[in-house]
Design a protein around this ligand. Structure first.
Ligand SMILES: O=C(O)c1ccccc1NCC(=O)[C@H](O)[C@H](O)COP(=O)(O)O
Length: 210
């Protein structure tokens, strides 16, 4: 299973989190987020990471050019679209950056929101389902209604996100069956400052980096 820890801002924390078992790190390229990180800082972290680790930039309603430039300048291997990007936008991004993974995040309130996944699967690599919050785009600490995801099995791989913690991760995975999980505030001391004890506890619960 892929395990993505999102909202990394500190080089040493990034390295340690990977050594504990993360397969992917996420960098928030959304200027209004308290977890925002600049291109040069991402680059400094990415350069210290093993090649096999996925380095995902998280964007919200950025332009194609901004995403392309950030991906190239910081060495990202993936771009997560976390705003209101359309399927056509995802397709244009794919044509612009054919070698990077494209993830589309959808913020889920109900089963109608889940149906939107169908519009994207032909144009992206991976879906990420996150919790809906009226004011915040991500990193909310809110969980989704896992009941409505029990049978969720899209035509592409998917990540479960939203309010996951070391304490609820096994309950989540007993109920839903994603290809990957994404955590941010559930393993933090403060926005952008990861709690390495909580990260270690997460991997312990998962069976040491499985
Ligand atoms: O984390 C942010 O600050 C953020 C801001 C704007 C857009 C997306 C953002 N985060 C995206 C993520 O992938 C988070 O990991 C995801 O929302 C889960 O967060 P959490 O509920 O805190 O685990």
């Amino acid at each position: 299973m892929r395990i993505k820890i999102c909202g990394i801002t500190q080089p040493q924390q990034g390295k340690t989190i990977v050594s504990l078992g993360a397969t992917a790190l996420g960098f928030i390229c959304v200027p209004s987020s308290p977890r925002y990180i600049k291109v040069e800082q991402i680059r400094a972290i990415v350069e210290q990471l093993p090649e096999k680790v996925d380095k995902i930039g998280v964007f919200a309603n950025a332009t194609l050019e901004e995403i392309k430039q950030t991906a190239i300048d910081s060495g990202l291997t993936g771009a997560q679209l976390h705003g209101d990007e359309s399927p056509e936008f995802a397709l244009q991004l794919r044509e612009l950056l054919p070698d990077i993974e494209i993830l589309k995040a959808l913020r889920i309130r109900n089963t109608e929101d889940i149906d939107k996944v169908l519009h994207y699967t032909a144009y992206i690599d991976t879906i990420l389902l996150d919790a809906y919050h009226p004011q915040q785009l991500g990193g909310t600490g809110k969980t989704l209604d896992w009941d409505i995801l029990e049978q969720f099995s899209p035509a592409c791989p998917w990540f479960l996100a939203g309010g996951l913690t070391p304490d609820n991760i096994l309950d989540a995975l007993n109920q839903v069956h994603p290809n990957g999980i994404d955590l941010s505030s559930g393993v933090e001391r403060a926005p952008g400052d990861k709690d390495l004890d909580k990260v270690a506890k997460l991997f312990e619960r998962l069976g040491n980096g499985e």
